[in-house]
Design a protein around this ligand. Sequence first.
Ligand SMILES: CC(=O)O[C@H](CC(=O)[O-])C[N+](C)(C)C
Length: 300
Amino acid sequence: MGGRDQRVSPVKNFVAGGVGGACLLLAGHPLDTIKVRLQTQPKAPCSQYVMYTGTLDCFRKTLSREGVLGFYKGMGAPLAGVAPMMAISFFGFGLGKQLLQSDSSVPVTSTQMFIAGMFAGVFTTVIVTPGERIKCLLQVQSSSGQVKFSGPVDCAVKLYKEHGIRSVYKGTVLTLIRDVPSTGFYFLTYEYLKNLLTPEGESVDRLSTSRILLAGGTAGIVNWVVALPPDVLKSNFQTAADGRYSGLVDVLRTLLREEGARALYKGLSAVMLRAFPANAACFLGFEVALKCLNWLAPNC
Ligand SMILES: CC(=O)O[C@H](CC(=O)[O-])C[N+](C)(C)C
């Protein structure tokens, strides 16, 4: 597989990855707001009184009542987490490729791309695990009606005070199971499609915006096809009361026994609806930021 002609500096990958993360959030947050509103709307006595009948209804009502800004409520906390996560992810991927590629004139192979992507997945787990634990607990709390945590910082402090750092990092193994293979496929798909979509004789670095969007969006879909089953297990494990599950195999067994295999793809439509535009924007933001950085500092 053809890689970039020259190696990209890890700092540039980090900064451009952060820009990509901010774009991911800007494009994906409206669908996340819709998803959370649908998931947490109060149970109605009959379908006539239901607040939102579906995704489109929720979109229309939010737009007419709150305007476009209504879709961007509560974006501050995720911005503080998603931009650094994607910065670390692109940094880890770039570093992984450099470590695996002994000669920079030899293109990076598909296997090396996949391993470098998995490497990035290991890197991000350090910040993703506590971020997901806090996010999931807050999301479940808003639908359960019991307010234990006033916000992300309060949640982190309470978890730490109650059961120490182990509690903040509850779900680390499941986060690794979710993110290591999926990030491998994420970057492999993007790089593979970029090469496939590059016309004969042209450089992959001059790919059109529409093709970058297509490659990035598809990478997002592939990422979530792989990530969703462990994501369901992770969310259940991270939000369960202490002692409810003896381990991750117990979560899997319980879920399969109680809800069947379909439970492993819960929330599929909302996740997929968000995955394409959010990740298309992420990779476009990354590529544009990288071009700007290369223009500003061509020699580093
Ligand atoms: C599971 C996840 O966070 O996926 C990221 C993209 C998205 O849609 O949020 C990508 N990555 C796993 C590389 C962080």
